[in-house]
Design a protein around this ligand. Structure first.
Ligand code: 87F
Length: 480
C-alpha cells in the first residue's frame, strides 16, 4: 500500500496551479492519460458528472420540443468546405481519414469538428414548408479538433464530448428568442449545477463564430487569473441556409430561407468546475453534480459487526440520496477520509461505537470541514440541508472571488495594471476590432470576453484605449 503522503495532493492550488490541477484530475480518479496526446479517458467519476449534467439538460431540451438525433462522424471534404467562411480559420485543426486499409479513399473524410455541414445537408431535404418549422434537433456526441497547443484535460483536448443543438426557424424573431433562451439554460447549468457564476453577453465581431450573425456566450473567471468561455449560443441568420439551400414555402406561398441557430456545451464545463472549487485537499464537488452526495465511513476498530449493521441502517434511511457505505476492511478510516476528500464527495458521515451508544452520527462538510452531530432520526433532513448549504456556499464563494477580481475602469493605466495583476477588467469600449487587437498586444494577451446585454441606453464614456466614444461596456481578460 502506498504511503498516505504519496496519495494526497502535494501541490498547492495557489502556488503551482498546473501541477495542482494535474494531480487533482488523476488522484481524484477523473482522468487517465493515454498514448494519444490530447485524448484522455473519462473515468467513471468524471463521466458520471457529465451524465448528471446531460440528464438535466436533456430534460430541459425536451420541454422545449428539441429532439435528439445522431449524424455521422465522417464528413466528406467537399461538404465540410461548402460554407467555406466558417471552416477557414479552423482548417489546421481538422483531422482527416484518407485510407481504408491500404486503399486510398476517393475523397478524404473529416472527423467531425462540429456538425453544421453534415446536418444541414439533411435539413435541406427535410425543410419544405413553414409547417416543417421550427426544426429543433440536438445531438450528444464526440468531436475532434487537432489542437497544437498544450493539451489541458477537460479544457483543451483533441477529442471532447458535447451537445450541439442545430435549429431552423421561420422567422428571425423565433430564432433570436431561442438563442437567448438556450443561453439562459447554459447559465442555469453553470450556476445551479456547477455552482459557477457566469456572465452572459454577446461576443465581439472578432471573437464571434465566423459563420454566425452574432454569437452569445457565458464566461467566467478562474482562480488562476484567467477567464474562460463556458458555452456558446449562435444566431446563424441565413448564412448556412443560403449555402445549404434550406428553403421553405411560407404561409403566403413565398419561398424563404430558414433562420438558423447552433449552440453547444461541452465537457470543458467539468474542468471549469474543478478549477473553480477545488482546494489543497483535492476536488470539491457541488452536490448537484456529484456522483455521490455522501459517503458513510464506519469506524470499526472494535465491534465491527455492530458498527456495520448500524451503518447499513443509516444508509437505508438515506436511500433517497446517492450514498455509498465504504466498508472496505483493508483501509483505515483516516485513509478513507483523505480519499473521499480528494474525490470531492460533499459530505462524509462517520459512525463508530460511541456514536451508536448515543444514536447519532457525525457529518462533515467537504467545503468547510465543519462537523455536525446528528441524531439518527434527523439524518435525512440534516443531509438535505447540508447539501443545500454546500451548493450555495460554493456559488457564493466563487461569486465573491469573481467580484473581488473584477476591476471596473475607464482609465487605460488602471486597465493595464489590472490585467498585469491577473484581474478581469470591465471597461467602456469603442467596439472596433482594430482597438481590440491593439489591447491584446499592449496587455500581453487580454481578449474581449463578452458584452453584457442590459447596458445603459446611452454610454457617455470614452474608450480608454483609443479615446473614441465608447459604444459598449465589455469584459476583458487573459483567457484559456
Ligand atoms: C474546428 C474545425 C472546423 C469550431 C472548428 O460553437 C470547424 C470548426 O466550426 C468550427 N471549431 N467551430 C465553430 C463551432 C460552432 C458551433 N457549432 C455547434 C458551436 C456550438 C455547436
Amino acid at each position: 500500500m502506498a504511503e498516505e503522503k504519496d496519495i494526497g495532493i502535494t501541490a498547492k492550488k495557489s502556488e503551482n496551479h498546473s501541477e495542482w490541477y494535474t494531480q487533482v484530475i488523476q488522484k481524484a480518479d477523473l482522468i487517465e492519460y493515454t498514448s494519444v496526446s490530447g485524448c484522455m479517458v473519462f473515468r467513471p467519476w468524471a463521466y458520471s458528472i457529465w451524465e448528471n449534467v446531460k440528464k438535466f439538460f436533456d430534460i430541459e431540451l425536451k420541454k422545449r420540443g428539441v429532439k435528439n438525433a445522431y449524424f455521422p462522424l465522417f464528413i466528406p471534404e467537399t461538404l465540410l468546405k461548402k460554407e467555406s467562411q466558417h471552416v477557414e480559420g479552423f482548417s489546421p485543426e481538422v483531422a482527416w481519414v484518407t485510407h481504408a486499409g491500404n486503399t486510398k479513399l476517393n475523397e478524404k473524410l473529416a472527423v467531425r469538428p462540429t456538425s453544421e455541414t453534415i446536418m444541414y445537408e439533411s435539413y435541406s431535404k427535410w425543410v419544405r414548408s413553414y409547417r416543417d418549422l421550427p426544426l429543433l434537433i440536438n445531438q450528444w456526441c464526440n468531436v475532434v479538433r487537432w489542437e497544437f497547443d498544450n493539451p489541458v484535460p477537460f479544457l483543451r483536448t483533441r477529442e471532447f464530448l458535447w451537445q450541439e443543438g442545430h435549429t431552423v426557424h421561420a422567422t428571425q424573431k423565433s430564432a433570436e428568442d431561442e438563442v437567448y433562451d438556450i443561453l439562459d439554460l447554459y447559465k442555469t447549468v453553470f450556476e445551479e449545477l456547477y455552482a459557477v457564476p457566469v456572465m452572459k453577453g454577446r461576443k465581439s465581431e472578432k471573437e464571434k463564430f465566423a459563420g454566425a450573425l452574432f454569437t452569445t456566450s457565458v464566461e467566467t473567471f478562474l482562480p488562476f487569473g484567467k477567464a474562460i468561455q463556458g458555452a456558446t449560443s449562435h444566431c446563424l441568420g441565413q448564412n448556412f441556409s443560403k449555402a445549404f439551400d434550406i428553403k421553405f414555402l411560407d404561409e403566403n406561398e413565398k419561398t424563404q430561407y430558414g433562420w438558423q441557430n447552433s449552440w453547444g456545451l461541452s465537457t470543458r464545463t467539468i474542468g471549469i468546475m474543478i478549477m473553480m472549487h477545488g482546494d489543497d485537499k483535492g476536488l470539491v464537488l457541488p452536490p448537484n453534480v456529484a456522483p455521490l452526495k455522501a459517503v458513510i465511513v464506519p469506524i470499526f476498530y472494535k465491534e465491527k459487526d455492530k458498527v456495520l449493521a448500524e451503518a447499513n441502517r443509516i444508509k437505508e434511511r438515506l436511500k433517497d440520496f446517492d450514498i455509498e457505505l465504504d466498508d472496505r476492511e483493508e483501509y483505515t478510516p483516516g485513509w478513507k477520509f483523505n480519499q473521499w476528500e480528494m474525490k470531492g464527495v460533499p459530505v462524509r458521515i462517520e459512525i463508530g461505537p460511541k456514536d451508536i451508544e448515543k444514536q447519532q452520527v457525525v457529518m462533515v462538510r467537504r467545503d468547510t470541514g465543519e462537523k455536525s452531530i446528528v441524531k439518527y432520526t434527523e439524518v435525512k433532513e440534516k443531509l438535505a440541508e447540508l447539501l443545500d448549504y454546500i451548493q450555495s456556499n460554493l456559488f457564493e464563494n466563487a461569486k465573491k472571488f469573481i467580484e473581488e477580481n473584477t476591476v471596473e475602469t475607464k482609465d487605460w493605466a488602471e486597465f493595464i495594471k489590472a490585467i498585469k495583476d491577473k484581474k478581469m477588467v470591465y471597461a467602456p469600449w469603442c467596439a472596433e476590432t482594430e482597438c481590440e487587437d491593439w489591447v491584446k498586444e499592449k496587455t500581453g494577451g487580454a481578449k474581449t470576453l463578452n458584452i453584457p446585454f442590459n447596458l445603459p441606453k446611452k454610454i457617455d464614456e470614452k474608450c480608454p484605449h483609443c479615446g473614441k466614444p465608447a459604444k459598449v461596456w465589455c469584459y476583458f481578460a487573459r483567457s484559456y
